[in-house]
Design a protein around this ligand. Structure first.
Ligand code: ZN
Ligand code: FE
Length: 234
């Protein structure tokens, strides 16, 4: 059982969103995570000869959903996303709740509700394949802003991510890698910098880093005390 994951940079230079093309290798069944830009996704699908059957939405924001209806029309696909945001996600067919299982061919994702950025934001967790799609909750070395939720909700959401195994790879919704000068000096960041450098050298987007490394380096995940986190967010 394996899952191929292809990042597609969308809204380049504007929002720098990542959409992802997923293919269940056993059945060939495929999906787009966050339909951020119609043309970039279509071009990639044509290049790879992929006809997506689903869109897997992390949250309702327009920069993650604006190609929903166009792709639905073109491919006849079904759109899955958070039940809490069912009236906000264009074309939603499959509303999902916290803990639900979504089957993509022979692989499957568990839905993890992660409120804070939006009230119904979900994470897509392919447990066996060790892949987590974090939308606008977790980025490389930073987190998403609080558009709808409270700092407490974001804290809870980050604790859910921290509870996942260190060898899970995570795939953020934007290229917002946030490297401060202090981080560049910090020896704890050496493996992180190696990861970024390795991606750069191979001309790959810097996604799919290990959660274990993120837990050690992301300043928001490193905070152990809830009140300290809430103060930092205020
Ligand atoms: Zn967003
Ligand atoms: Fe976004």
């Amino acid at each position: 059982m394996s899952l191929s994951i292809y990042p597609v940079l969308c809204n380049a230079g504007f929002m720098d969103n990542y959409a992802y093309l997923l293919v269940d290798d056993t059945t060939g069944i495929s999906a787009v995570v966050d339909a951020a830009e119609e043309q970039a996704i279509i071009d990639f699908c044509e290049k790879k000869n992929i006809v997506p059957q689903f869109i897997l939405t992390t949250h309702h924001h327009e920069d993650h959903t604006n190609a929903n209806l166009a792709l639905k029309k073109r491919y006849g696909l079904k759109i899955a996303g958070s039940a809490i945001e069912k009236n906000l996600i264009d074309g939603l067919d499959i509303p999902l709740e916290d803990g639900d299982i979504f089957k993509l061919g022979e692989t499957q994702a568990r839905i993890i509700l992660a409120a804070g950025h939006t009230n119904g934001h979900i994470l897509w967790y392919f447990e066996k394949e060790k892949a987590l799609f974090t939308g606008d909750v977790l980025f490389n070395l930073c987190i998403g802003g609080l558009f709808e939720g409270t700092p407490e909700q974001m804290w809870q959401s980050l604790q859910k991510i921290k509870a996942l195994p260190d060898d899970v790879r995570f795939y953020p919704g934007h290229e917002y890698t946030s490297l401060t000068p202090a981080a560049l000096q910090n020896p704890a960041f050496v493996p992180y910098l190696q990861f970024l450098e390795n991606c750069r050298r191979n001309n790959l987007p810097p996604v799919g880093n290990m959660l274990g490394l993120e837990k050690q380096c992301n300043p928001y995940l490193k905070i152990a005390d809830k009140d300290d986190f809430i103060n930092k967010m205020r």
